[in-house]
Design a protein around this ligand. Structure first.
Ligand code: ADP
Length: 445
């Protein structure tokens, strides 16, 4: 059913959908996903490869040894717990490490191993005998630059000769001073200052240029132009690498400006499906009745954990308070929280310290909470026009291949409008949403 969605929809993956009154900032979502993630996101799809020059050979590797890395770099990779290249790395790494260097555009969802791939390429390409920047990596925000630098530091832990310089707010260079580190990781504004205004390093000596999170970059005001200005100062022989979690038209147009004659590799997101999900709807006369139905249902199927989606923060807070008063351990995730607070909430929920997570937006999506067996739509997802938002419904309820487990979805209906939305969703996916009598939850199998 998910295949009905045109691929262009992935474009807005992080920002679209029913966020209630919570605006979602793509840079925040990206950071949150990076911090919370404990490992690779599995994906059963095949990598798609596109080449401009069909004469250039293309390899793929199944082991890190096959890449003939510096021994200390290989040691660093293994010490990070990586045993074999991820799917995207199998093709990206030989391309990134090829001689002569090849340009690459890679697109795959967050968590598939892009960062590890380009960090490895950055570390293997530099020559530590020369004390000037040879590798430049641009990230959209301060926090994302720090994340990448941390990965680089860990991977280079057995290569003490490699030095990294952060080019982010708070870092200053005295006028006239030259940067001696081999790698610069930073945000476009600072890199532009140091590279062009202060001439703290020579952009024309950069051998490897990485543009990370290109889709988030585009969403940050002015960043795209800054990247292009930096790019103009690079040598034509500089290897260009471009990474993005989405591949909308604006991202690909940006990629064309940055990366001449690229090899393009894509790994499509694994589709979510409703196949193993029992879907129900419950008729209620108002919000109070929805609450009662919810506690009835939840009380009688006390298995695992539940996520409850509300349309607004107000409803979420009201519901959380009410449930807490009745002795349920609940957590709330909404746009009032800082990124750190959101991480803390999700970590606690994952550990099972709270049984119920109430949320207003799609931030909790993509975050593996395997124990969740019930998803409740306290409010059904609607778009700006008030129509059924089927895509968001699927993201809330659906599961990808790796969760073969069964789940239960319950939709609370309190008006003819919400009933119509429920019916529209049922029709869209062609999957029955069954009536459930909330007073008699024995009906749930
Ligand atoms: P992306 O940049 O696509 O979001 P990352 O490179 O950050 O993905 O990788 C996602 C997670 O998987 C990280 O926790 C990273 O440490 C881990 N990871 C990356 N490559 C491998 C690998 N080959 N084997 C095991 N884990 C990996």
């Amino acid at each position: 059913a998910a295949g009905d969605d045109p691929p262009a929809n992935e474009q807005n993956e992080a920002t679209n959908g029913d966020n209630g009154d919570d605006p979602v900032n793509p840079a925040d979502v990206s950071l949150l996903q990076k911090i919370i993630r404990k490992g690779l996101v599995e994906n059963a799809n095949d990598v798609e490869i596109q080449r401009q020059d069909p004469n250039s050979p293309l390899y793929s590797v199944k082991t890190f040894e096959a890449l003939h890395l510096k021994p200390n770099l290989l040691k660093g990779i293994y010490s990070m717990g990586f045993n074999a290249p991820s799917k995207i790395q199998e093709t990206a790494l030989p391309t990134l490490l090829a001689d002569p260097p090849q340009n690459l555009i890679a697109q795959s969802q967050s968590g598939t191993g892009k960062t590890a791939a380009f960090v490895l390429a950055m570390l293997s390409r530099l020559d530590s005998q020369f004390n000037f920047p040879q590798v430049l990596c641009l990230s959209p925000t301060y926090e994302l630059a720090i994340q990448t630098a941390e990965v680089a530091t860990r991977m280079a832990q057995f290569c003490p000769e490699i030095e990294i310089k952060l080019a982010v707010r708070g870092e200053e260079m005295p006028r006239g001073a030259k940067i001696s580190e081999h790698i610069i990781i930073g945000t476009p504004g600072k890199v532009l200052d140091w590279g062009l205004k202060f001439r703290s390093f020579d952009l024309s000596k950069i051998k490897v240029f990485v543009l990370d999170e290109a889709d988030v970059m585009i969403s940050q005001q002015g960043h795209q132009d800054q990247c292009i200005r930096i790019h103009k100062c690079l040598a034509s022989t500089c290897q260009m690498m471009f990474f993005s979690a989405t591949y909308g038209q604006d991202v690909m147009e940006f990629a064309e400006v940055i990366v001449p004659r690229p090899i393009i590799i894509r790994l499509k997101r694994e589709e979510e499906s409703l196949d193993n999900i029992e879907q129900y709807y419950v008729k209620c006369k108002d919000q109070q009745a929805k609450y009662e139905a919810l506690t009835n249902i939840y009380g009688s199927i006390s298995v695992g954990q539940a996520i409850i989606f509300c349309h607004t923060r107000r409803t979420a807070n009201w519901l959380a308070e009410k449930m807490a008063k009745h002795g349920h351990s609940v957590a709330v995730l909404n746009g009032d929280l800082t990124v750190e607070q959101r991480i803390a909430v999700l970590d606690r929920f994952r550990e099972g310290l709270e049984k119920v997570l109430i949320t207003t937006n799609v931030l909790s999506r993509g975050i593996d909470v395997e124990q969740v067996t019930i998803v409740v739509n306290f409010d059904l997802p609607i778009d700006m026009q008030g129509k059924a938002d089927c895509e968001t419904y699927l993201h809330r309820i659906g599961r990808t291949g790796r969760f073969g487990k069964n789940g239960i979805a319950i939709n609370l209906i309190d008006s003819p409008e919400s009933m119509a939305i429920c019916k529209a969703i049922e029709k869209h996916f062609n999957r029955k949403i069954r009536f459930l009598n909330a007073e008699d939850s024995d009906e749930i199998e």
